[in-house]
Write a protein that binds this ligand. Structure first.
Ligand code: HEC
Ligand code: HEC
Length: 236
């Protein structure tokens, strides 16, 4: 956002003065969380930026929603509409680890993998995809229902959810969580932020989709700054 709309030059005798006319209040609140983190990186600005990224449709769509009837499905598009063709968790690809690679459990008839391949479709409306050698076999799939990123979730709630093994079955939480920040950092920073092709995809989402805020490299840096400061949660 460009807060400085006009710059006026006045010549007052021999004194040249530059008067900046701001069209918006120049307080920090006018900037978005990404800009605030870039301007003054600390644990608080880092987590606000992480929250901005995670609640963006590029991340949140794949994490899915649980609706009033209890059905759990991925969402699509900027407004997080239910995935077309009644795709739900029943269509999920189930992965297990074998050495350094991920393998798929066979038997899901119409799985994410039937449409979502190793790269984005090249036209608008085609299924996105991403897979890389950094995590071989880690293909397009959705997480478990306790990892949803509900519309409007506060930064504090998201932070607590990620750090608390009682509310989350992810590797981040159950291998580490708030009681073991070294492991939490390995899982979140080294593994998820840096290497996970699904996270990386959010900044290269294919034709017709807005990328997640900021840049992947800055997101990685924010995760590092936040965890190295003890992973504090915001008070709202
Ligand atoms: C294509 C689907 C997909 C996309 C896109 C995606 N994720 Fe995930 N995410 C997953 C899956 C699957 C897991 C579960 C991994 C596991 O079981 O530990 C996961 C797990 C996570 C976790 C740990 C879960 C938790 O609740 O503790 C975090 C944090 C996370 N993702 C953040 C993000 C962020 C931030 C983005 C966007 C930059 C993103 N994800 C984009 C599929 C996705
Ligand atoms: C029959 C084909 C098909 C299957 C099966 C399928 N998808 Fe999709 N998916 C699509 C298409 C096509 C799109 C693009 C729709 C669009 O952009 O409007 C899409 C888009 C998405 C998006 C939207 C990305 C965004 O941010 O807008 C997500 C997330 C997603 N699928 C997750 C999944 C998951 C998870 C599964 C498995 C549980 C799955 N899909 C199974 C065809 C499929």
């Amino acid at each position: 956002m460009n807060a400085l709309k006009q710059i006026h030059f006045y010549k007052l005798g021999s004194l040249a003065a530059i008067i900046l006319v701001a069209s918006l209040p120049m307080n920090a609140a006018a900037k978005d969380p990404y800009q605030r983190f870039m301007d003054s990186p600390d644990a608080a600005t880092a987590f606000q930026y992480i929250h901005q990224v995670a609640t963006h449709p590029r991340c949140a769509n794949c994490h899915g929603v649980v609706d009033d009837s209890g059905s759990f499905y991925p969402t699509v598009g900027a407004n997080r509409k239910p995935h077309p063709m009644n795709i739900t968790i029943a269509n999920n690809v189930i992965l297990y680890q074998e050495g350094e690679s991920y393998k798929q459990v066979e038997g899901v008839v119409l799985s994410c993998r039937s449409c979502h391949r190793d790269a984005n479709g090249d036209k608008e409306g085609m299924p996105p995809g991403n897979a890389t050698a950094a995590m071989p076999g880690f293909v397009w799939h959705m997480p478990q229902p306790n990892m949803t990123i509900p519309i409007g979730i506060s930064a504090q709630s998201l932070c607590k959810k990620w750090l608390d093994p009682a509310h989350n079955s992810s590797h981040l939480a159950y291998r580490g969580g708030k009681d073991d920040l070294d492991t939490f950092k390995t899982e979140f920073f080294e593994h998820h932020a840096k290497l996970d092709p699904l996270v990386a995809w959010s900044w290269s989402p294919g034709p017709g989709r807005e990328k997640a805020p900021g840049e992947h490299q800055d997101f990685i840096r924010a995760v590092g700054v936040w965890i190295d400061s003890g992973a504090p949660c915001p008070d709202k």
